[in-house]
Design a protein around this ligand. Structure first.
Ligand code: GDP
Ligand code: IMO
Ligand code: MG
Length: 430
């Protein structure tokens, strides 16, 4: 019953999509457990070049069932568009997609509220993706959300919206001074969503559990990363869900002891999109060079990603929270052009050296990284798929990351294509 949780170990965009596609060739189910279409997961394989926002990354492997779990917030229009776009590329997922009946829906008013709230925050804006994520999760916790199952029964949905919508409209009109949303419009949309998505909405928790009980392999697809986690991230500059290991369990109704492998996906350096503290951020030509070479622009919003050196303090913290059984290092090849590479090995906070990030965002802003510098490597790593072919200095760099994270690096990624992957230890066989 192996279940592999694939978790973002930094601020998102670590290359989870690539690794999930790579692992999914041996999976029965690939299941998303959190976030929504704020995620952008890139997959490049022999079928093409894809950017997925809601559909799990198992869709390119034969025989895999792709599950959108109860922890995900689903924008139905975006999902319909994504299914169609895959269809146009020759990938038909109509027989392999399941949506949890308990997943909450991102309604049109959530998207509007997200944009309005960001505008109101002004200088202190979080830099959200504007996809309605925060408002949808807020409604979930306020118990005013609309779930996938609700669009299967339109009469019941109407009654529910009659309770929920007046409050939302009062906020739109009285707080923000904009037009209210009509009940009729939402009901018309819901009827359309029912036609297009109704067949995929199922009790998926039981299905995932039964597959594991029968010895099947499940890949749990994380979105975002631990440093964007609502509890463990750099609050309030975070997303509104739990991209950590606990989220994998609650977001799919998996028993924690069914998760046999926990993979922390780390970039060989750090990036962040949006606002918030970033101790190792680079503001010089090195950061700009990495951004240009690695095309570090958001998959969902196209915004330039902020770039920094690998942060060993945050990496160790990430492992403490998630308890990785394997670390995965991606984008090693991006550092190929550098003469030397720095790693943050500690912070100085108000004159004292610390090895754990402070919880308060203001204190984290004051942390000054302590760096260690390693020599670069003269032979490129791009495209390497055997550990023996990795240059000595690149191996030394990975070994130092391994020490700092506190977990063995079992996979190294050296390029965006599925084949540009070194399996250091065959974790799928164990
Ligand atoms: P995700 O959100 O974690 O799935 O990551 P994204 O897809 O948003 O961003 C990762 C980017 O890195 C994508 O453009 C990938 O194609 C790319 N990528 C993944 N692994 C590697 C790698 O090892 N080397 C290079 N050069 N690019 C990679
Ligand atoms: P993947 O799955 C990187 C960031 C946004 C913003 C903050 C809150 O591709 O790794 P939200 O719209 O969620 O309310 O925005 O979180 N963010 C991501 N950054 N990768 C992601 O997902 C992200 N999803 C959200 O940029 O700073
Ligand atoms: Mg991404």
């Amino acid at each position: 019953m192996p279940a592999y949780a694939i978790l973002g170990a930094q601020w998102g965009d670590e290359g989870k999509g690539k690794i999930i596609d790579y692992l999914s060739k041996r999976a029965d189910i690939v299941a998303r457990f959190s976030g929504g279409n704020n995620a952008g997961h890139t997959v490049i394989n022999d079928l093409g070049d894809f950017s997925l926002h809601l559909v799990p990354c198992g869709v390119f492997s034969d025989g895999v069932i792709n599950v959108i779990g109860n922890g995900v917030v689903v924008d139905p229009d975006v999902l319909i568009e994504e299914i169609e776009s895959l269809q146009q590329s020759g990938i038909d997922i109509t027989q392999s997609l399941m949506i949890s009946e308990r997943a909450h829906l991102i309604m049109p008013y959530h998207v509007i509220l997200d944009t309005l709230a960001e505008a109101q925050r002004g200088e202190t804006a979080i830099g959200t993706t504007g996809k309605g994520i925060g408002p949808a999760y807020s409604d979930k916790t306020s118990r005013t959300g609309i779930r996938a199952a609700d669009i299967l029964d339109l009469d019941n949905l109407k009654t529910r919206l009659e309770t929920v919508l007046p409050f939302t409209n009062a906020v739109l009109e009285k707080i923000y001074g904009v037009q209210p949303i009509s009940l009729k419009l939402i009901l018309e949309k819901s009827e359309y969503w029912q036609k297009r998505l109704g067949a995929f909405i199922k009790p998926v928790g039981r299905f995932v559990n039964d597959t594991l009980d029968n010895g099947g392999t499940v890949v749990l697809e994380g979105a975002q990363g631990i440093l964007l986690d609502l509890d463990h991230g750099t609050y309030p500059f975070v997303t509104s869900s739990s991209p950590t290991i606990g989220g994998a369990s609650t977001g799919l109704a998996i028993q924690p002891n069914q998760i046999t492998n926990v993979l922390g996906i780390f970039k060989a350096y750090n990036t962040r999109v949006g606002s918030g503290p970033f101790p190792t951020e680079l503001f010089d030509g090195i950061g700009e060079g990495i951004r240009t070479i690695a095309k570090e622009f958001g998959t969902t919003t196209g915004r330039p990603r902020r770039i920094g050196w690998f942060d060993g303090v945050l990496a160790r913290y990430s492992n403490r929270i998630n308890g990785y059984t394997s670390a995965v290092i991606t984008r090693l090849d991006v550092l190929d052009h550098l003469d030397s590479v720095s790693i943050c090995v500690g912070y100085k906070l108000d004159g004292e050296i610390i090895d754990e990030p402070p919880g308060g965002v203001a204190a984290l802003e004051r942390c000054i990284p302590e760096y260690e510098t390693l020599p670069g490597w003269d032979v490129p790593t791009a495209g390497v798929s055997e550990i023996a072919d990795l240059p000595k200095n690149a191996r030394a760099y990975v070994e130092r990351l391994e020490e700092l994270i506190g977990c063995s690096v079992d996979i190294i990624s050296t390029g965006p294509h599925r084949d540009h992957t070194i399996m250091v230890r065959d974790i799928l066989a164990s």
